[in-house]
Design a protein around this ligand. Structure first.
Ligand code: HEC
Ligand code: HEC
Length: 230
């Protein structure tokens, strides 16, 4: 009996709550619309992720230094246009990688541009001193290439010691030998687009297996940039 007199009040109360909830939904929608209108925050996406995309820093490091143990390359200091193009390739499935494809796909084009710009603004990995004497084949290919097969030295595009020449030529310094070898294989197999004018597909296709192994070992360090030399 006691609940009946209260019923209309409860209904009014419920209706009021519903109205409030509706108002909140409208308000939240308005906030997310205005957030979409504003430029996404690349640094925040790197640190915290966005939507279903996890924080980039978990794998690529807060300073974009990469994590050799899980095969995540250093991104710091690469050109924004280059990084953005890679995200587009992953999202479109033209660069095949089971980890990065869904992550890139979860980002809007504006978010891809924002994270690319943030990583590009970070200082590039410092090249480790390359021991040319220990790897003469790698050193020759890196510095002079091979005129006989029309191959310029890697450093002619990627800079001395593979330091990178933004915006188009990513750094090789700071990558692992394993990652470099895998990318050369991907350029050859076409599971990664060959870059502007198919440059890297042509380079990778000219190298023999021993040359690919030598050049990967030359620029790459198994421990990557995380290893701090005293
Ligand atoms: C779970 C680990 C993981 C997370 C999280 C992650 N990545 Fe990656 N990322 C990788 C791996 C592994 C590769 C190497 C793919 C390959 O071998 O081709 C990679 C490659 C890349 C590349 C290509 C780099 C190059 O030089 O070609 C870009 C760009 C990139 N990631 C951006 C991002 C961004 C932006 C985020 C955050 C939104 C992110 N990644 C989150 C693991 C991760
Ligand atoms: C004529 C210029 C040119 C030369 C010479 C060249 N590269 Fe490249 N390389 C590029 C470009 C451009 C890209 C970026 C491709 C893209 O946009 O996807 C690239 C990308 C790469 C990548 C991918 C890096 C990453 O972070 O994923 C690797 C590895 C690489 N090159 C290795 C080499 C090696 C090893 C040599 C020497 C044998 C070499 N390159 C010679 C132009 C060149």
């Amino acid at each position: 009996m006691g609940t009946i007199p209260g019923e209309p009040r409860d209904r009014r109360h419920a209706a009021g709550l519903l109205g409030l909830a509706f108002g909140l939904v409208v308000a939240v929608a308005a906030v997310s619309v205005s957030a979409e209108g504003a430029a996404p925050d690349g640094a925040a996406i790197i640190a915290h992720g966005v939507g279903t995309a996890p924080a980039c820093a978990t794998c690529h490091g807060a300073a974009g230094q990469g994590n050799p143990a899980i095969g995540a390359p250093a991104l710091a200091g690469d050109g924004a246009a280059y990084l953005r193009a890679q995200l587009r390739h992953f999202a479109a499935g033209t660069r095949i990688n089971p980890i990065m494809q869904p992550i890139a796909h979860a980002l809007t084009p504006a978010e891809q541009a924002a994270v690319a710009a943030s990583f590009a603004a970070m200082p590039a990995p410092v090249p480790h001193p390359v021991a040319a004497a220990a790897n003469p084949l790698g050193a020759r290919l890196a510095r002079r290439g091979s005129w006989a097969i029309g191959l310029p030295g890697c450093e002619q595009c990627h800079g001395p010691d593979g330091i990178g020449v933004a915006p188009h030529f990513p750094h090789l310094a700071g990558l692992t030998a394993k990652y470099i070898a895998a990318q050369l294989a991907a350029f050859r197999a076409g599971t990664r687009p060959g870059g502007p004018q198919g440059l890297m597909a042509r380079v990778a296709n000219k190298l023999t297996p021993p040359e690919r192994a030598a050049i990967a070992a030359y620029f790459g360090a198994e421990s990557g940039p995380a290893e701090k030399k005293p």
